[in-house]
Design a protein around this ligand. Structure first.
Ligand code: ARG
Length: 566
């Protein structure tokens, strides 16, 4: 329910001369609240009505009536509208009561398919703090699209293919030990990888061996395939541990290797359509020759092996055929922006009219106080370590502030992880940010723990009154400004989700949850629930219930849990 939309309807059914979009633009919000909630200036009607604007306002006033507005007045050339607060409260709250955790959801995506690809780490490499962004932005976008009614498919396009696996197999055969690796897979595989790269410097023939192993892998050799599959499995087990902590899962783990047998067809089509040309034994797309302002892309190397970019094209074609997507979203760091421009343009040149339904959603970097991470220097910050540290710090705070809290460990996990996710999704995704422990774990201001704490507080109030029956509410008892402020925020939840989906920006939801929490805390500070009479108590509790429901729902959209006690 949206008063502005209702007002537009009301005006447009009485003013044939103006279309709804024009009416919408004309509606103003009076600076002085005594002048009502909306104002409509009649100047632009003077010509059509052949009358002075004041007279038009006066005339229109007699024609307009609606139970949504308790006062419609003409003041000079303006019509002023004051909403009926009771109707407003009743409509919004009733909608929350009936839709509950689906309040704010819409069905604009009904029967449409969307793919959201995110996380997509490279196997046998550490899952580091940099992966937090793609994982949580992607997860939030996936949730937001679901709330908009789309059928979504979340895909983890694992980096599980390419020449480096030839190297890794070579290293494993020369220096690897299965048992040692199984104890600490990613660290041990990383060590092997670093080691083999050092060895190559003394003995370049290792490179040939590696190439041969990758060729074997591509040709389906049993031993090569077995080792590769085992590496993939142990890596994925480690990644899944982090996904579990973050509460993230995927509908598909079809990574790069999944497309190895689908590449020849793409290459054939590229050749037939003369999109690629030969260049010293390699194949390239020369965008300039098609009048496109993009640097040349390498599609196959001179040794015939295919590349990352070709796998992305094969993947997009496969997804279009399999999922009939309306949109195919890639949440990948902005540093890969050129890569995406190149292959999407190549699909476009191939005549795929859906090419531009593939959307790259970029994001900025997380800076660490301790400086840049480097695999070689061994300064990789593993995401799992950061999450565990946050959980530990949160447990310390709980032990200090609320030592008797039941399920302390679970709550510490929900709050510790939530704090990090909330901070990650607090700003426009393109912005870089610096990781800051104090800000992340603050229980005040715009932090995850603050919003979670507000939710837990609302739960505890409701518990105290034993989830009182919220029927038969006398809304005239709670027409206060602080309540109307909360209702204004609740009533824009649906358009907030729509906007977050259109802009592919989870921060819009994050900020919404912080705004709602703040408005609620103001209300809670200013009005007593325990000391009021039964009827007022019930009416105020209905606000508490609505806020609790929508706080939990908005946190869920960004992938943050909402404990009931903390
Ligand atoms: N595995 C890649 C990396 O770690 C990211 C993959 C992004 N997705 C894609 N379809 N190219 O850099």
């Amino acid at each position: 329910m949206n008063f502005k939309n209702e007002l537009i309807e009301l005006l447009s059914s009485n003013i044939e001369e103006l279309d709804k979009a024009t009416i919408e633009k004309l509606i103003e919000t009076p600076k002085d609240p005594k002048m009502g909630n909306f104002a409509f200036p009649c100047f632009s009607l003077a010509k059509a009505f052949k009358k002075a604007p004041n007279m038009i306002a006066e005339e229109l006033k007699t024609k307009l009536s609606s139970e949504l507005f308790e006062k419609i007045e003409n003041v000079g050339p303006y019509l002023n509208f004051t909403i009926n607060k009771e109707t407003y409260l009743k409509q919004v709250l009733n909608e929350v009561f009936t839709k509950k955790d689906k309040f704010g959801y819409s069905n604009i995506g009904k029967e449409k398919n969307v793919i959201v690809e995110f996380s997509s780490p490279n196997i046998a490499k550490p899952f580091h703090i940099g992966h937090l962004r793609t994982t949580m932005i992607g997860n939030a976008i996936n949730n937001i699209y679901k709330a908009l009614g789309y059928n979504t498919t979340s895909v983890n396009h694992l980096g599980d293919y390419g020449k480096q696996f030839g190297l890794l197999i070579t290293a494993y055969k020369a220096w690897g030990d299965r048992e040692t690796i199984e104890k600490d897979p990613i660290n041990e595989l990383l060590k092997l990888y670093v080691h083999v790269n050092q060895e190559i410097e003394n003995d370049p023939s290792i490179d040939d061996t590696a190439r041969a192993w990758f060729k074997k892998l591509e040709d389906g050799d049993k031993e090569a395939h077995e080792i590769w599959e085992w590496i993939r499995e142990v890596s994925l087990a480690e990644f899944k541990r982090v996904y579990d902590m973050l509460g993230v899962d995927f509908d598909s783990y079809a990574g790069e290797s999944f497309y190895s047998d689908k590449m020849p067809a793409v290459l054939k089509e590229l050749r037939e359509k003369k999109i690629v040309k030969e260049d010293n034994g390699a194949e390239i797309v020369d965008f300039e020759s098609f009048g496109e302002n993009l640097p040349t892309a390498l599609i196959t190397k001179s040794d015939g092996s295919s590349l990352y970019i070709t796998r992305d094209m094969a993947a997009a074609i496969y997804r279009k055929n399999t999922y009939k997507f309306e949109k195919n979203i890639y949440v990948v760091g902005s540093e890969q922006s050129l890569h995406f421009k190149q292959w999407i343009k190549t699909l476009d040149l191939m005549g795929k009219e859906w090419a531009n339904d593939c959307v790259h959603v970029g994001y900025g970097l997380i800076h660490l106080a301790e400086g840049k991470m480097s695999t070689r220097k061994g300064t990789i910050v593993k995401l799992e370590d950061v999450l565990n540290k946050s959980i530990e710090k949160t447990l310390e705070i709980i032990n200090d502030k609320n030592p008797n809290l039941p399920n302390k460990e679970l709550v510490a996990k929900q709050v510790g992880v939530g704090a990090i996710v909330f901070q990650d999704l607090f700003n426009n995704r393109i912005k870089d940010y610096t990781f800051d422990w104090d800000k992340t774990l603050s229980f005040e201001g715009e932090s995850g723990p603050y919003v979670q704490y507000t939710h837990a507080r609302a739960c505890s109030i409701l518990r105290k009154f034993n989830d009182m029956d919220l029927l038969d509410i006398n809304y005239s008892l709670i027409k206060d400004d602080e309540v109307i402020n909360i209702i204004n925020i609740l009533s824009k939840y649906e358009t907030t989700i729509i906007q977050a989906g259109e802009k592919l920006e989870p921060y819009i939801i994050t900020r919404f949850s912080a705004e709602l929490a703040k408005a609620f805390n103001k209300f809670y500070h200013d009005y007593s629930i325990s000391d009021s009479d039964e009827e007022t108590k019930r009416a105020r509790l209905s606000i508490v219930y609505a806020v609790k429901t929508v706080l939990k729902s908005s946190l869920a959209l960004i992938g943050v849990e909402a404990p009931e006690e903390m």
